[in-house]
Design a protein around this ligand. Structure first.
Ligand code: NOJ
Length: 492
């Protein structure tokens, strides 16, 4: 019985037009932090001025040095047989001061070469406009908390669409709004480390969502008619479930979902538009109790709601793990002051090298089916999913392979369940700068030797397994690479 169930599973195929790829982000891989006329970003600024916040005191000044190794990166994509590659643009490499009065020809040239190299080999570029590295000049003016931010962002987006849109047909405006707004402007953790609990994230959320919508409409009105691409946003949707079936746990889990992704997804993808209802009510009530004259959460006018609603061709999902939520008696001092929750993981869930990342059963499936139901079955791309190992874990990464196989089984389950899922990007093509963890946690399918000036890349075992899945369009749980020598298959 067990055997027949397994063989049926093994025969399930990924559709031929399903896009398999890998993902990276500019600050994490590029290096060349001040190459040519590149301007300073908030991550350059943070790591240079406050190096001790990074676990191994490192930074992204050189990292995997993609600035000089981009051809090798594309060669790795060909080795893996990727359909697509997701990467991000560094805003301050393109616009050194953040504003469009000065553009960098060297920045254009770098990305044009990178994109051309992909396109030459039939790899679909999927481009994120903003993956956390705001030009420092704009941060000096308040960054995402400045009400002019949506304007600055639209100006930047137009330059990018104009410059690269003849070859790029998949655009992602922002990567992980919660990590930008909550971690960056509320909890004071991510750059720019603004500590404005209960205020910063809501202010930033509104500006970010408005900026997204402005870029989306600019693209749809002025570029898509001739360029014919799609534009969406990537939100981190980990699965969040109540720890117990109690009403309190269920309610707090819902509020937590609204805080983690609903804040950014509801205005764009829900029928009603605007910020999520229960969370808005909670913040309004707490604000009054705390002596504020009005809610700390801004509102959308009816006109803004209509402008934002439906402003996405797809929902980009970064998914990593599951959190279980229980209600507590008091508001946490470390999380939003608006949440009465505690996070839990089960002991039996296998642990990665990152303290927040565990392998929970059906994590991908639960998140995707939830989004399908909630937002009327939107087109979804998984824009990130991956597993970390320690920096000294070596090339035999069986735990990463186990994670990917489980996630991809869930992708097939989701397709069976009618989720409108079009692609899957593994995080990450190669080891890179993992923000506050520096180089201590590794997510790559390829190992990068950060001691070596050439930044040599070497495939891990998981690279061979992923390649086999892409090629065969099935998950063969028995597959073992016969050697660790990587080649490019014909046609790539
Ligand atoms: C999501 C982020 O987008 C990415 O930059 C990060 O490296 C991965 N999570 C892993 O933590």
């Amino acid at each position: 019985m067990g055997c027949s169930a397994l063989s049926t599973k093994q025969e399930r195929r990924f559709p031929d037009d399903f896009l398999f790829g890998t993902a990276t982000a500019a600050y994490q891989i590029e290096g060349g932090w001040n190459a040519d006329d590149k301007g300073e970003s908030i991550w350059d600024h943070l790591t240079h001025n406050n190096p001790t916040v990074i676990k191994d005191l490192s930074n992204g000044d050189i990292t995997a040095d993609t600035y000089n190794n981009y051809k090798r990166d594309v060669e790795m994509m060909r080795e893996l047989g990727l359909d697509a590659y997701r990467f991000s643009l560094s805003w301050s490499r393109i616009l050194p001061n953040g504003l469009t009065n000065k553009v960098s020809e060297a920045g254009f040239a770098f990305y044009n070469n990178y994109i051309d190299e992909m396109v030459k080999y039939g790899i679909t570029p999927m481009v994120t406009l903003y993956h956390w590295d705001l030009p420092q000049k704009l941060q000096d003016l308040g960054g995402l908390a400045n009400p002019l931010f949506p304007e600055w962002y639209e100006d930047y987006a137009r330059v990018v669409f104009e410059q690269f849109g003849d070859r790029v047909k998949h655009w992602i405006t922002f990567n992980e709004p919660r990590e930008i707004c909550y971690e960056g402007y509320d909890a004071g953790r991510n750059a720019p480390q603004v500590n404005a609990t209960g205020i910063g994230s809501y202010l930033c959320a509104k500006n970010l969502v408005m900026a997204h919508a402005r870029a989306y409409h600019a693209y749809k009105n002025d570029f898509a008619p001739s360029q014919g691409g799609v534009c969406g946003i990537t939100i981190c949707v980990n699965w969040v479930a109540p720890l117990t079936d109690s009403e309190e746990d269920r309610f707090e889990a819902e509020l937590s979902r609204q805080g983690q992704w609903g804040l950014y997804a509801e205005p764009i993808f829900s029928e009603e538009g605007g910020f999520p209802k229960e969370l808005s009510e909670r913040v309004a009530q707490r604000s009054i109790e705390q002596g504020y004259p009005r809610s700390r959460m801004p509102e959308f006018t009816d006109e803004e709601k209509a402008f934002v609603k439906g402003a996405a061709d797809f929902f980009g999902v970064n998914h990593y793990t599951t959190f279980l939520i229980s209600a507590t008696e008091k508001f946490s001092e470390h999380a939003f002051s608006d949440f009465e929750t505690e996070n839990h993981y089960l002991d039996e869930w296998p642990k990665s090298a990152s303290d927040w990342l565990n392998l929970a059963p059906n994590s991908v499936l639960n998140a995707l089916t939830h989004l399908k139901e909630k937002y009327n079955n939107p087109v979804i791309y998984i824009t990130e999913n991956g597993w970390s190992t320690r920096h000294d874990a070596g090339l035999i990464d069986d735990d990463r392979i186990r994670y990917y196989r489980a996630a991809l089984e869930n992708v097939l389950d989701a397709l069976d369940a009618g989720v409108n899922l079009k692609g899957y990007m593994a995080w990450s093509l190669m080891d890179n700068f993992e923000w506050f963890a520096g180089y201590t946690e590794r997510f790559g399918l390829y190992e990068v030797d950060f001691e070596d000036p050439a930044r040599t890349r070497t495939p891990k075992k998981s690279a061979f397994v992923y390649k086999q899945i892409i090629k065969k369009r099935v998950i063969d749980h028995e597959y073992e690479p016969s050697s660790m020598t990587m080649t490019i298959d014909e046609g790539h």
